[in-house]
Design a protein around this ligand. Structure first.
Ligand SMILES: Cc1cc2nc3c(=O)[nH]c(=O)nc-3n(C[C@H](O)[C@H](O)[C@H](O)COP(=O)(O)OP(=O)(O)OC[C@H]3O[C@@H](n4cnc5c(N)ncnc54)[C@H](O)[C@@H]3O)c2cc1C
Length: 571
């Protein structure tokens, strides 16, 4: 067996890879949409909440926007990779938060990028950063643009001569595979499906599956510390990063490939989660896994959330490390078409490329039964049978489908006047019970006061640790009953500010995996130790002396007056 396998060269790959056009105003590609049945269900549900069948504010077309002329022009040597077309500027003007999607329906772009660049190599990135630093252009790195935290909006204050978005989409190859160490060198602009398609012929997988998998990139995942499908053990992308290469305005920062190291503070740790404010991650060596051949799943019903949380705690502390351990509280379960609204449901799964899972699942079921969990023994036995397509049927399958289709549904529900959003956090087990009750109560009260109707807040655990869960809260509210989407936007902003404040003041983190961006800055400011902020600003000054990299994300660059950026502070 060859130790290292080379991926395709740049020119070979150019002929293999073809990207579909992204929908500039919402989630997905231009050539995909909801089915008529899905659209019908969303319209019926909006009509029920609003009290009458609302007219849809139609999605925008390019001609609806009158973008200001670009304030900068690329030097001739770089012009071939830089675009100022309306489609490119619109597609890179906002991310995909509720506030972003509603602003698109309002035809309101507050911070259109002046230019968008599409480099093909790390050297191209270096040349673009040299130019931006000398021309005082703010640089916004862009992967899939799926940020829900204002990470890609060029909302950079007024001290820059213009803004340049750098889109990594042409750097999307798996360049090299080290089969022996089970790792691959992958370019940062590769989307989830592009990574898996290139690894599959080698029997390998990265197995990092955020809900946005389809339209988010390796570089974006590393830059935001994204959270994937694995509910325990491997949670954040961090767990899979072996080394990184980042092009910064001060030069290239390449870390050493090591399975582990105790040599001082980790340089990768500085890059992972830096959200584009230190430089552009151009590639990373990633730890891989063999494709699983054994999978099993079970749905476990609990009559109270307290029992269910205790069962999950026992599981996380057992050393079993289930690949899936999603606890849906009663409201969340019902909202996903699973359960009757009275029971909490745990979707539990194990997978392995090495061994049958009967023993793991058997012990996990003993633990959940000790805490009052009930399950269908025959369904579990069937999922353990050889060849069972487990995880795709029953409550697990239903939940998974609803999960993947959600962002497509939001494209429509926003235009009908509904607000639907989530906020996520993490908390230690010793504080969980009070935290769960207080967050739901205080958030429901805030949403009720802001929207003028009673609201319910549901919860699921996306990730679980031996010392605590990552609860993920969801709500639905009426933004407007008469097509005034400005009202939806204003209410959503108030709810966002309130929920940020609630989770942080109750001791949680402002984000477990959605990143800080610009929109979570107020909460981040409260939880970050001041000395650490000072150290981060100093690190930025060393790597980005002109302070051009993603200004306003995480921190303000030294010596720059940013004003109030972010959807909560500014425009
Ligand atoms: C429907 C939906 C579901 C989601 N589900 C999840 C989920 O399950 N788990 C999760 O963690 N997140 C989720 N997110 C949030 C988002 O997908 C993640 O933050 C993701 O990691 C962003 O990747 P991206 O390639 O789209 O990055 P972008 O949105 O393009 O960028 C995100 C941030 O990273 C920076 N950046 C991007 N690429 C680079 C690079 N190469 N170098 C340096 N900085 C860079 C950007 O400047 C920005 O600050 C979801 C979002 C949506 C809309």
């Amino acid at each position: 067996m060859a130790r290292h396998t080379r991926g395709p060269t740049l020119s070979e790959f150019a002929t293999l890879s073809h990207r579909r056009r992204l929908r500039f105003w919402g989630w997905g590609y231009e050539d995909e949409d909801l089915t008529p049945e899905e659209a019908g269900r969303i319209r019926a549900s909006a009509a029920k909440a609003i009290g009458h069948a609302p007219d849809e504010i139609p999605p925008p077309v390019e001609a609806d926007f009158d973008l200001p002329a670009p304030r900068a022009a690329a030097p001739p040597a770089l012009a071939a990779m830089v675009s100022a077309t309306p489609y490119d500027r619109l597609t890179h003007a906002l991310g995909k938060s509720f506030g972003d999607v509603v602003r698109m329906r309002l035809r309101r772009i507050d911070h259109a990028p002046d230019l968008v660049a599409f480099p093909k190599t790390p050297d191209d990135v270096g040349r673009l950063l040299d130019w931006a630093s000398s021309a005082n252009l703010a640089v916004v790195p862009f992967g899939g643009g799926s940020s829900v935290a204002g990470g890609v909006e060029p909302d950079v204050g007024d001290s820059y001569a213009g803004s340049l978005v750098i889109d990594t989409q042409h750097m999307n190859r798996v360049v090299e595979i080290d089969r022996l160490s089970r790792a691959a060198r992958i370019e940062a602009g590769a989307l989830g499906p592009e990574i898996e398609a290139q690894l599959r012929p080698h029997g390998l997988t990265l197995r990092h599956f955020p809900q946005s998998f389809q339209i988010s990139t390796l570089g974006g995942w590393i830059a935001t510390r994204s959270g994937g499908h694995f509910a325990s053990l491997y949670t954040h992308i961090d767990d899979f990063v072996e080394s990184t290469t980042t092009v910064t305005p001060a030069g290239r920062l390449e870390t050493r490939r090591l399975p582990g190291s105790g040599a001082g503070p980790s340089p990768d740790r500085m890059i992972i989660g830096s959200e584009g404010m230190l430089g552009i991650i151009v590639e990373a060596w990633m730890r891989l896994q063999d494709r699983p051949t054994h999978q099993t799943s079970a749905s476990i019903v609990f009559s109270t959330m307290g029992q269910a949380a205790a069962a999950v705690r026992a599981l996380t502390q057992s050393g079993l490390y289930p690949s899936n351990c999603r606890l849906l509280d009663p409201l969340e379960a019902a909202g996903n078409g699973v359960g009757d609204g009275a029971a909490a449901i745990l979707v539990l799964g194990f997978e392995s490329a090495d061994h049958p899972l009967d023993a793991w699942m058997g012990r996990a079921l003993e633990l959940v039964a000790d805490h009052g969990g009930a399950y269908d023994r025959e369904a579990v036995a069937a999922s353990l049978a050889p060849g069972a397509a487990s995880g795709r049927e029953g409550a697990a399958g239903q939940w998974r489908n609803a999960f993947i289709r959600m962002p497509y549904g939001r494209n429509l529900s926003v235009g009908l006047g509904m607000i639907g959003d989530t906020f996520e956090t993490a908390i230690t087990w010793d504080r969980f019970d009070g935290f769960y009750a207080a967050v739901r109560e205080r958030a429901a009260k805030a949403i009720g006061e802001i929207c003028g109707h009673s609201a319910a807040v549901s919860c699921r655990f996306t990730h679980v640790y031996p010392d605590g869960p990552a609860p993920y809260f969801s709500y639905q509210a009426v933004g407007t009953r008469d097509g005034r989407l400005e009202d939806s936007l204003a209410k959503w902003r108030d709810i966002k500010a309130a929920t940020n404040e609630i989770v942080v003041s109750l001791g949680g983190t402002v984000t477990h995996h959605h990143a800080v961006g610009r929109d979570h800055r107020p909460g981040y400011e409260k939880q970050i130790p001041p000395l650490f902020r000072a150290a981060l600003i100093a690190a930025k000054s060393a790597l980005d002396p002109a302070g051009v990299m993603n200004p306003g994300v995480l921190i303000d660059p030294a010596g720059r007056k940013m004003g109030q950026t972010g959807v909560l502070g500014g425009g």
